[in-house]
Design a protein around this ligand. Structure first.
Ligand code: NAD
Length: 485
């Protein structure tokens, strides 16, 4: 291993690395080789308590600073992240197995975008003045307090930043728990924030699996929980938060539809389907994994898709020529293999790929099923791997109805050159994050999140401020109080 991937300690609490060997040790596995590249200890109740205590203490002084002061620190952190993009990208690749070609442009850079955006916004957060004759009301936009962030394993740097940046801009403190599968990157985010001047305790990282997450969610000191993860976990976390009336943001799974009409530009539609199914080896929540292709373009679409998939460079993710890497873990690879087997067993036609690669690491081929029907398991359940289901359709009405016939609602996309159809169809699709003649763009300026089982609340954009702050309304009487007795 050419890089030193062992972190200085497992946790980052109250402004410094913290080790606590009483917590169970767990390995960090490099997905491209299956080798252990670090060992991390799970947080004990004492470490969790220390992190929450530090956050509660630090939050008050942090909130007392001006928005401009807080914003300056976040923007400095954004600059540091960009300066260290390569080093952070290499670590992201070790943590997740995603190709360096991707991590160089999608992870620390996206994290920096969030820190810069919310850093810029911090000074402009205000309440309002409401005149009522002589009297008036003013509102104060106040932080929620201590927020907990819980991450999935597919975008460890980005998820930590997408949660920390708006939370901190609004004057909250955060305790962040990365996924136990990818514990390394969030520690670097903490390091960089502190190097940029963040006061100790405002952003903390503790490691561990679901039970550490659950201990954080149920703690009385916590005002809000933001989770990125699966729907089953989301239901548990939402219920636990509801018991104490805590605020939540839920960024959960999906089975999003991508509609390709006969009049679509073929190569753009194929490109969108590739981006929406095979980027990050398909481990993207918003992926358009149900690709509905209108019958007139279906044959050409499948042919062109196969041609372009043959151009995938599958290999060592640290080689910048590689554009398709392994899955994150042995467990995830097996889940995906099971879905591929189910697709074949239920009668879908394997049109491309489907096999594990004969090499070390957790590599599966990009896989396409054609002749998929709505009732098949691979068309109903989130696979979270490089498996595209292609379904045929005749009419716009039919495609919309079938696209919406799911309990999920994260994303949706349409490829057509008919502009009225594009907007008409998008308006009908039940999804929070949509695309016309594109797929999976996630600029920090745009709200991101789902409807139905895919989530609650929005990350990114000005909208995120509403999920990390609350309004205090203050009535000011200028005259005498008229009481009835
Ligand atoms: P997961 O639900 O297994 O775990 C997510 C996180 O929750 C992990 O950190 C885990 O330790 C923690 N957790 C598990 N049980 C918990 C509990 N009872 N209380 C508190 N925390 C608990 O998900 P995953 O396998 O890490 O990630 C894949 C899933 O995440 C997919 O469903 C994917 O669609 C979703 N995802 C969504 C988005 C989004 O923005 N909408 C982004 C990325 C991934």
């Amino acid at each position: 291993m050419t890089h030193d991937t062992q972190p200085k300690a497992s946790h980052f609490v109250d402004g410094a690395y913290l080790e606590d060997k009483d917590g169970a040790a767990f390995p960090v596995i490099y997905p491209a080789s299956g080798e252990r590249i670090a060992t991390v200890h799970s947080a004990t109740p004492a470490t969790i308590d220390r992190a929450l205590d530090a956050a509660s203490r630090a939050q008050k002084d942090w909130a007392a600073m001006t928005g401009a002061q807080r914003g300056r620190i976040l923007r400095r952190a954004a600059d540091l992240m960009r300066e260290r993009n390569r080093e952070l990208s290499v670590l992201e690749t070790y943590d997740t197995g995603k190709p360096l070609q991707e991590t160089l442009v999608a992870d620390a850079t996206s994290g920096a975008d969030a820190l810069e955006y919310f850093g810029g916004l911090a000074a402009s957060l205000t309440g309002e003045h409401i005149q009522l004759g002589q009297d008036w009301v003013y509102t104060r936009r106040e932080p929620l307090g201590v927020c907990v962030g819980i991450g999935a394993w597919n975008y460890p740097t980005q998820i930590a930043c997408w949660k920390a940046a708006p939370a901190l801009a609004c004057g909250n403190a955060m305790v962040f728990k990365p996924s136990e599968t990818t514990p390394l990157c969030a520690l670097k985010v903490a390091e960089i924030l502190h190097e940029a001047g963040l006061p100790a305790g405002v952003f903390n990282v503790v490691q561990g699996a679901g039970e550490v997450g659950a201990a954080l969610v149920t703690d009385r000191r916590v005002a809000k929980v933001s989770l990125t993860g699966s729907v089953p976990t989301g239901k548990k976390v939402y219920a636990a938060a509801a018991a104490e009336m805590k605020h939540v943001t839920m960024e959960l799974g999906g089975k999003s539809p991508l509609l390709v009409f006969d009049d679509a530009d073929l190569d753009n539609a194929v490109g969108g389907a590739i981006l929406g199914n095979f980027y990050s080896s398909g481990q993207v929540c918003s992926n358009g994994t149900r690709v509905f292709v209108q019958k007139g373009i279906r044959g050409a679409f499948l042919d062109r898709l196969s041609e372009r998939l043959a151009g995938a460079v599958i290999g060592d993710p640290l080689d910048e020529a590689t554009n398709f890497g392994p899955l994150v873990s042995d467990a995830q690879m097996k889940i995906v293999q099971d879905y591929i087997a189910k697709g074949e067993a239920e009668g879908a036609r394997l049109a491309y790929g489907g096999k594990r690669l004969d090499r070390a690491g957790f590599y599966l081929e990009p896989t396409v099923f054609a002749d998929v029907t709505d009732d098949m398991t691979i068309a109903r359940e989130e696979i979270f791997g490089p498996v595209m289901a292609v379904l045929d359709f005749d009419t716009e009405e039919e495609a919309i109805a079938r696209a919406n016939a799911t309990r999920y609602g994260l994303s949706a996309g349409v490829f057509t050159q008919n502009i009225t159809r594009a907007h008409r169809v998008i308006a009908e699709l039940q999804a929070g994050t949509c695309f016309i003649n594109s797929y999976n763009d996630a600029p920090v300026e745009a709200p991101f999140g789902g409807v139905k089982l895919s989530g609650v609340g929005r990350e990114n954009s000005k909208e995120a401020v509403h999920h990390y702050s609350q309004l205090k309304s203050v009535y000011v009487r200028m005259g005498d109080v008229e009481a009835p007795f």
